[in-house]
Structures are given as C-alpha cells and as structure tokens.
Design a protein around this ligand. Sequence first.
Ligand SMILES: [Zn+2]
Length: 407
Amino acid sequence: MRAYERLLRYAKIHTTSVDDAENVPSAEREFDLSRLLCDELKALGMTAEVDGHCYVRGWLPATPGCEGAPCVGFIAHVDTAPDFSGEGVKPRVIENYDGRDLPLGESGRTLSVSAFPHLPALAGRTLITTDGTTLLGADDKAGIAEIVTLLEELIAGGEPHGKIAVCFTPDEEIGRGTAFFDIPRFGADFAYTVDGGIEGEVVAENFNAASADVAFTGVNVHPGEATGIMKNAGLIAAEFAAALPKDETPATTAGRQGFYHLTDLSGNVEAATLHYILRDHDAGKLEEKKATVRRLADAFNETYGAKTVAVTIRDQYRNMKEKIDEAPYVLELALEATKECGVTPVTDPIRGGTDGANLTLQGLPCPNLGTGGFAFHGPYEHITVEGMDAVVSILHAIVRRAAKRKK
Ligand SMILES: [Zn+2]
C-alpha cells in the first residue's frame, strides 16, 4: 500500500487535541487512531502497545546479523491542531495537478499561487487537498502513514536492518507530546520525528524559548482629583511595549533572527500585564533578550517608583543543536539518505520548537524530517503523493545506512 492511501484513511479519523486540557490525551477521541495504529502494527507482525496516555509503541527486531546495529526510532503524532476543524475531513485527490489556483470544493476558498508560490513546482504531481472546510491532518498523519509504509516494506522486502522502534504520540499540537514519552521503554539509540514540511527537510535546530510576564501596578483616584497622584498602569504598560525593539518581532525577523513577541496585553488604570514570548536560536542572545526586559523594568521603576513594574521570566524549551552536535552522525545519516534519494536537503532552522527537541535534551537525539506537506493547521493544508513516496524512500535509506553502523 502506498503512503498516501494510508493518509486518506487516517485523515478521516477525528483526532483534534484540546488546548488547556488537564489530561493526556487531551481528547479521548485520539485513542480511535492510536488503537487502529496499534492493530495495524500487530497485523504487520510487530510487537505493539497503546498505553493509558494514548502512546502507541511498536518494535521490529533486527534481521539476523544486524543485532549490533543501533536501534533507530521514528516518531509522529496522532493529534491535529485545535486551530481549525479536524472533524469530517474529506480529502480531495487531484491527479496531474496543473500548478494553478485551485478552488477547494464549494467552500469559497481557493488554494492560490499568490499565497503559496511553491504550487507551480507541484505541477504534474497528484495533489491532496481539503474541501476547504477542515484542515487535512497531513500534520502529522502523513508522518504516521510514511512510517507505517516503511515498516510494511521492511517486513516484506527482506533486506537487512537493525532494530526499529516507532512511537505515535498524542497532544503534540498542544505542546504535551513528550509528557509521558518513556525514552527507556522506547529503546532507540537515536530517532527522527517525521513532522516537518517539504520532503527533504532535515532540521536539528530550533529556538531557545522563554516567556516574560510583565506586571504593572498603578494608583487609581478620581480623574478630577488625579493631579500629581494618579499612576496609570495601562499607559505605563503601553510605554513599556513601545520601548522594546520594533525590528525584533515575529513580523520583522526571519531565519536565525530572534524576537520579542507580545502575545497578550490587558489592563486598566490600577493594573496591567504584558505577556511576551522571547525566542532566539542563539542561547546567549536569548539571555540578552531576558536582560533587556529586566533592564527596561528597572528603568521604569526609577521613573515611576519602586515596584511599579515586576518581571517574571520562565524558561520554556531549548535549541536541540548543542546536543545533536555531540552525535553528529544522527544528522549526517539523514542528510546522506536524503541526497541518496535525489532530494536536496532543506536545513533551515525551525522558528519554533519540536517534540524532538525535548527528547534530544532528555538524551534521545532526535532531528525532525519533512513529511512532504504544506500549509499545516488550516484549510489550505496540502501534500503530494510523490512527496510522500520520496519521504518513505528517505526513511528507507536511513534504515539501510544505520544497519551498517555499530552501536
Ligand atoms: Zn505536527
């Protein structure tokens, strides 16, 4: 079975995760896909399980003679983003796509070249889109489909390989995909999340991340009697926000440039708060950003009086690069495998985090690979059959190369 045929099946299963839920999984419906996947792995002849937190794990033993090769892991997630409906997904398959604007069903939405300039490059391929009313869920059901197809081919093909471990996690989209991962049980020496964009993406760099809550305390009196007394927390907060670098926001940066991102502001005369996320690929530069926020708060307290501004900074996640650099073959293996398949590796750093980054920092080196998909988390999500086939062949090449290594 080809990978896209699996994607078409998985996409119809509703697995949207739920923001701010207490439990993992955040939605019981995620089990619907996890249980089906566990059954599929068992039907292929593998040992597999679903645990109480909706993690599917499966293992394929090494072929005779390859027991000394490292155990390679492949990871994808079953949930889809809560940003847009993932219920009642009706994928559309367009053979021999012409590379032009494409209306998405009767939805009134159009997949347009102006918004997605890569579309002409997909001409001649078989394109899979939504009907415009839901997301597609290629993020990350394409990754799952590619991994399961790899396993099927490995089992059928009879070529030598080391031990393979796979894990399908819940709740990646709400940032809790590794909450109950269990690295020792998984047993891989290194792994890859298959959860990126275009085929050939091989990424081992992500942001260092922190949040900053800035709280302002004002003094409220009747405005008619406020002369020399009132301290307007809202106005001071606005002044603070305006004092941070305007050319270091998500909208004004790219590549390896970090930013201060004001995600939330609220307040009145008495009290106001600004919530920021701070991001930078360079750990030192992230520290500078934290220091800038603190320095600014100190300056405001000089001007407006002690305890007018209070800053709380929390570290969130870290760039996996420093740890990946300690095991460079994990990245090299993926880069070489990608080139071997005639695909040019795309190594642009992620302007966000990945589950693999968390796993890497916990001791399981885990770069992220492309799935072949585009425009995740919304109605314009799309992927090609050929892109998915290319990813399967890249995964295959990784396994083949790893089989020749020693642990
Ligand atoms: Zn994803």
